[in-house]
Design a binder for this molecule. Sequence first.
Ligand SMILES: Nc1nc2c(ncn2[C@@H]2O[C@H](COP(=O)(O)OP(=O)(O)OP(=O)(O)O)[C@@H](O)[C@H]2O)c(=O)[nH]1
Ligand SMILES: [Mg+2]
Length: 341
Amino acid sequence: MSPKAAATAETLAAATRNGDRRAASKLISQLESAEPETARAASRAVAALPLPPHTVGLTGPPGAGKSTLVDYLTAILRKRGKRVGVVAVDPSSPFTGGALLGDRIRMSSHRSDTGVFVRSMSNRGATGGLAAAASDTLRVLGGAGFDVVFVETVGAGQAETQVVALADTVCVVQVPGLGDDIQLMKMGILEIADLFVVNKSDRPGARELKLQIEQALGESPGEVCRALRQLGRDFATGYEGPKWMPEVHLLSGLDQKGGDELVDGMLRHRAFLNQPKLAAELTRNRLAREILWRATRRAGDAWEASLAPGGSLRKLVGDCADGKMDLESAVEKVLKAKVKP
Ligand SMILES: Nc1nc2c(ncn2[C@@H]2O[C@H](COP(=O)(O)OP(=O)(O)OP(=O)(O)O)[C@@H](O)[C@H]2O)c(=O)[nH]1
Ligand SMILES: [Mg+2]
């Protein structure tokens, strides 16, 4: 890595810690840079920054009112004296992602507020996976001193689920009138929610949907606790502390109703995660994933370089091309070769 890229990233990280918003913004752009040197230097520099005290993931179908809701919740948290960050993640194709994002953010009311930081992210340039890039972005916002950070994602695909799993608290947003509500739940939505939001409760069918979700929660087998499940069976079965039962909140982002109760629910969930043994285990789990992402990315880069024209394993590629070696044998050789990540 070039010393210059590293120095720039380090300088930006230090300024971010001092609350410099422009530095934070630049650092995030560098994380997303298509230039691997720049992205890697930024990722390395943010590793020492702290995660935000509370990350809240919001997910739900397109148009469910997530952005309107984030805007409303941000206003409530600002009144309570919290500094709020927002990351809108669009995992759609690199070709359409950027164009749609501007439309997805409805934070105009906070534009002049220095206690609010809004940022969008797409798959573009997210080497090493969207979740890894989002995780680095969270460290930037944590470093810049934001108390609560919202991460908004659309839908329930794999990339979204991974991003949402980064959050301490996950809110699944549903709306009445989409039909097939049960179908959505079958798609594993019950599994990932700490809080349910029945949004657009100004519309008919909201109470019925709330009842439906509560009923499904009551019937769902086993322990309903995302954090415990995430830690794996061994920890979950050995765990004897209090359990978390997902809450279902009626809300209207448009009429600005139900927001205070939802914010209280979010904070209750955060407090629940603070139980000493659980909190320690969650921190370890998160660190393990970050170490793995970072190591995988560096190893991947190194192997790629070694196989590229001019790389040390170039002969191997030639042997494969000439039919002197099969693919699997080549893979074995790659794994045994000494490449320096
Ligand atoms: N009736 C009603 N409409 C709402 C409410 N909240 C948002 N809307 C409307 O729903 C539409 C979508 O709102 P967004 O906040 O952009 O929804 P979103 O889930 O962020 O959308 P994507 O990011 O595109 O998935 C807009 O036309 C909003 O005005 C609500 O509480 N009630
Ligand atoms: Mg949106």
